[in-house]
Design a protein around this ligand. Structure first.
Ligand SMILES: NC(=O)c1ccc[n+]([C@@H]2O[C@H](COP(=O)([O-])OP(=O)(O)OC[C@H]3O[C@@H](n4cnc5c(N)ncnc54)[C@H](O)[C@@H]3O)[C@@H](O)[C@H]2O)c1
Length: 260
């Protein structure tokens, strides 16, 4: 087997593009960083978990991509600014950002959520994304254009029992996306948001069959989604194939919200 890491010039729809993935150490973010790299982009992986992040970046380099890990806490404005700065410093600019970092809370009716549950959801899922976008947009303006994809959820377009704080922040990401799309539409920057249904990440894989089955049954396609099915949609939104798409909320949910 040839395991050479010698690098040929990047090819693919995102060749010569620079992408930042916030929340890239595992799950959907790691899969999307991989898909962006395979589409030809140089990738900055940013997340809180430094060792998992470095392992994910090392794997992309082993595949022949250009990738760096920048440990970043989405609750820290300076660290968010640094992640964007590292893209510019290392690869010459920023063309694509996927703001995926997110955190759920244990399902419970709102009166039973802790104020920490509420603060964490707002801090990571909403404030972190707004601040990240602020820095990303500035870098993209300097570059003359770009594409941002934010992470929402089906919980961002409909209510979900027990998930009031999470759902509130995911709805807010939709508003932030649409507003920023209007602000930057004439400046060559597209801003879109994906709203996945249940995706087969490690957390869902760990659920016993009796808890997974009803989740699958609630999806009209009768199954949960794969991380790669989110990743391929983000690659499309980031590419010129989606050049007239901005302010869009793209469900990736097997039809879960089609009848909502
Ligand atoms: N898995 C699903 O079924 C599903 C469905 C809809 C939406 N989502 C959303 O997709 C995103 C990723 O979900 P996942 O299932 O892959 O989750 P995950 O927990 O496996 O990954 C979350 C990522 O965000 C990072 N992160 C968390 N807090 C952070 C912080 N403070 N600073 C920086 N990075 C931080 C983690 O390190 C990790 O890389 C989340 O925003 C989630 O709400 C997931």
């Amino acid at each position: 087997m040839n395991v050479s890491t010698s690098v040929s010039p990047p090819s693919g729809p995102l060749a010569n593009k620079v992408a930042l993935v916030l929340g890239a150490s595992r799950g959907i973010g790691a899969a999307t960083a991989r898909a962006l790299a395979r589409a030809g982009a140089s990738v900055v992986l940013a997340s809180r978990d430094a060792s998992a992040l470095e392992a994910a970046a090392a794997h992309l380099r082993w595949e022949g991509a250009q990738a760096i890990a920048v440990p970043t806490d989405a609750l820290d404005d300076q660290q968010l600014a640094r992640a964007v700065h590292m893209a510019v410093e290392t690869f010459g600019g920023l063309d694509i950002a996927f703001n995926n970092a997110g955190s759920g809370h244990m399902p419970a009716p709102l009166a039973e959520l802790t104020t920490k549950d509420i603060d964490d959801a707002i801090g990571i899922n909403l404030r972190g994304i707004l601040v990240a976008m602020k820095f990303e947009l500035a870098a993209m303006l300097a570059r003359g254009g770009g594409a941002i994809v934010n992470m929402s959820s089906t919980a961002g377009v409909q209510g979900v029992r027990g998930m009031a704080a999470y759902s509130a922040t995911k709805h807010a990401v939709v508003g932030a996306t649409r507003s920023a799309a209007l602000d930057y539409a004439a400046k060559g920057i597209r801003v879109n948001v994906v709203a996945p249904g249940p995706i087969l990440t490690d957390r869902l894989k760990a659920l016993p069959e009796e808890r997974r089955a009803p989740i699958e049954r609630a999806v009209p396609m009768g199954r949960v989604g794969a991380e790669e099915e989110v990743a391929s949609t983000v690659v499309w939104l980031a590419s010129d194939a989606a050049s007239f798409v901005t302010g869009a909320v793209i469900p990736i949910d097997g039809g879960r919200t089609a009848g909502a």
